[in-house]
Design a protein around this ligand. Structure first.
Ligand code: ADP
Ligand code: 5GP
Length: 187
């Protein structure tokens, strides 16, 4: 049974996790898609929660069998992707899938799902504000922050490929706009 799909993408630090967690709290019918990966679990990560953990050999055999909606070799030998079975698992419960993915993944998912999907690009008001938010989040080194900011400039060129662009300036305004976009699409 086919259902609906929400795709949220953004350069790191633009507010994707903040917006997506807000929507998940508001809409019990939304279910997060669990990606598959060939990397090993880190720390307390559990199979089926953070990721479906597969061996590289198993991952490659599933690629050959066309079992993925999309996948990428993010680092050499480290594959990440969405299994068609994950999509069916969520739709079979009557739930709506929500993806929180990088911008290239977002564009690929929209191509695959077409009109079943609403794709939203979240954008900070400027690159300078993005840098400040990454600094105040306090989770990354200055070196990593500069890498993320440099990558953001390239990622911004993908914005026109999304159905909607959400500028995350004032947070409560942005959350209300996200809610409006989602409610309109799910109606
Ligand atoms: P992403 O998931 O896109 O990397 P986050 O949701 O983690 O981004 O947001 C990055 C940081 O910016 C977090 O510390 C978050 O609390 C903060 N933030 C998000 N939106 C806003 C906003 N509109 N105004 C100020 N700070 C924000
Ligand atoms: P990590 O190993 O830190 O959990 O994730 C590494 C990278 O893999 C992140 O940039 C993340 O966006 C990407 N990633 C996670 N899941 C998927 C997926 O299903 N498809 C694609 N294309 N990338 C993913």
């Amino acid at each position: 049974m086919d259902g609906k799909v929400l795709i949220f993408s953004a350069p790191s630090g633009s507010g994707k996790s903040t917006v997506v967690s807000h929507l998940l709290r508001l809409h019990p019918e939304l279910e997060f898609s669990v990606s598959a990966t060939s990397r090993k679990p880190r720390g307390e990560e559990k199979n089926g929660v953070e990721y479906w953990f597969l061996t590289e050999e198993k991952f490659r055999s599933l690629i050959d069998a066309d079992k993925f909606v999309e996948y990428e070799e993010v680092y050499p030998g480290r594959f990440y992707g969405t299994l068609k079975s994950e999509v069916e698992r969520i739709w079979s419960k009557g739930n709506v899938i929500i993806f929180d993915v990088d911008v290239k993944g977002g564009v690929n998912l929209k191509k695959y799902f077409g009109d079943k999907a609403l794709s939203v690009f979240i954008q900070a008001p400027s690159v300078e504000v993005l840098r400040e938010r990454l600094i105040s989040r306090g989770t990354d080194s200055m070196e990593d922050i500069e890498k993320r900011v440099a990558k953001a400039s390239e990622e911004l060129t993908y914005a026109p490929l999304f159905d909607r662009v959400l500028v995350n300036d004032d947070l409560s305004t942005a959350l209300a706009e996200a809610e409006e976009m989602v409610s309109g699409f799910l109606k």
